[in-house]
Write a protein that binds this ligand. Sequence first.
Ligand code: SAH
Length: 470
Amino acid sequence: MLLTLTTTHRPATDLGYLLRKNPARAQSFDLSFGKAHVFYPEASEARCTVALLVEVDPVGLVRNRRGPAGEGGLLDQYVNDRPYVASSFLSVAIAEVFGTALAGSECKGRPGLSDTSLPLRVEISALPCRGGEEFLRRLFEPLGYHLSATCLPLDPRFPEWGESACHRVQLEATLPLHQLMSHLYVLMPVLDNDKHYWVGDDEVAKLLRHGEGWLATHPEREAITRRYLKHQRSLVTNALAQLMDEDDTHPDETANIHTQEEEAVERALSLNEQRLGTVLAVLKASGAQSVLDLGCGEGRLLSRLLKERQFTRIVGLDVSHRALEMAAENLHYDRLPTLQKERIKLLHGSLMYRDERLAGFESAAVVEVIEHLDPPRLAAFERVLFECARPGTVVITTPNREYNVKWETLPVGKFRHRDHRFEWTRAEFQEWAKRLAALFSYTVRFLPVGPEDAAVSSPTQMGVFERAKP
Ligand code: SAH
């Protein structure tokens, strides 16, 4: 990943003071995920350019993670575009290498310079822009940048492969350096929409700190906040509330935004409700008393299952500790009476590995989970569920990609920008499901979930598998 920053402020070499990096010297820095190099391809009175080259070590990044034994399951972690594309790694590198400049601290020997507007030009060799050039413009132009972007081909040798999500981007503006750095720090991961680390409460603080003075009034503040915080609703709500406080100069607009948000959330909620309602109905109709909720997330289905007397043994499993913590919280697990507590259990585990704890259940739900699994690893999941756990009834839901054309009015970040590895058409899902049914001796039928459209059917598709009688 390469970022260059040029100024024509005179003397241009003052850039070295602002960045606390001597133009005469190339320097390297160790980062937790690789190395950063800083050097100046050009340093004269009239023009000075600094380059930040970040090398990500994708092998080192995954070295301590465990993969399935004897399978190339980690291959996708080794073979990826991380070393070449700008992303949250570049943001972290900026904070580590140019921390004082990012903070806008007063510059020794050049009083007032850190707050002086300078003519600045940034070039980023490959910036992933999920949302395309239009989204890129909506982010940077309101901040006063003149922007040019070129979409990069996936591979210049094979033009027929088409375009990548990456753009070569040039930004020009006259502003204090620390402002430009804060914009980049926040907006690069927003464009990438795929932060490499878990976001927690301290990310809200970082967002507010680096967004100070511009984010509260930015027309895309909601999209920025959602994507920066990886769509974690409680964090997003918290950050937006604080931003609204900061920008209470337009109470009407604020109220309006609240309403819009509510509507968007409600629309999403009602689909959720429908989905969970349908899953619950199918599980009840199966007559099962024991049920697995695989990839249970925050436990929305679990709390409904718990309300149904029919289910005497309920197990939720998820790979995310955080999700399980939230599930326990949402279920008020600690305060459940003993009898209720005995009915439900939360397990930490991955659907990629055989797990004895999942055997012997009459039914299982896998709600909006498969699209989070890497396609090469789906086969492992299939065997874990249909060969090892082998419940009598299995309900699987996943988005119907065909319906995406109908989501135009939903805010950016709903459905199209979640952590999905794929979204299937009805034909793709049904082909997959029928193959599994045949392979593992199940029957399968399909149900639409949510409002149905004549052409593209419903937003969610569901497969109900029944184990064939021996
Ligand atoms: N079923 C829930 C959550 C869906 S989000 C609901 O409908 O609300 C997808 C969930 O799958 C996340 O909680 C994620 O942590 C979990 N998940 C992703 N990969 C997983 C894996 N390999 N094993 C178990 N859970 C996984």
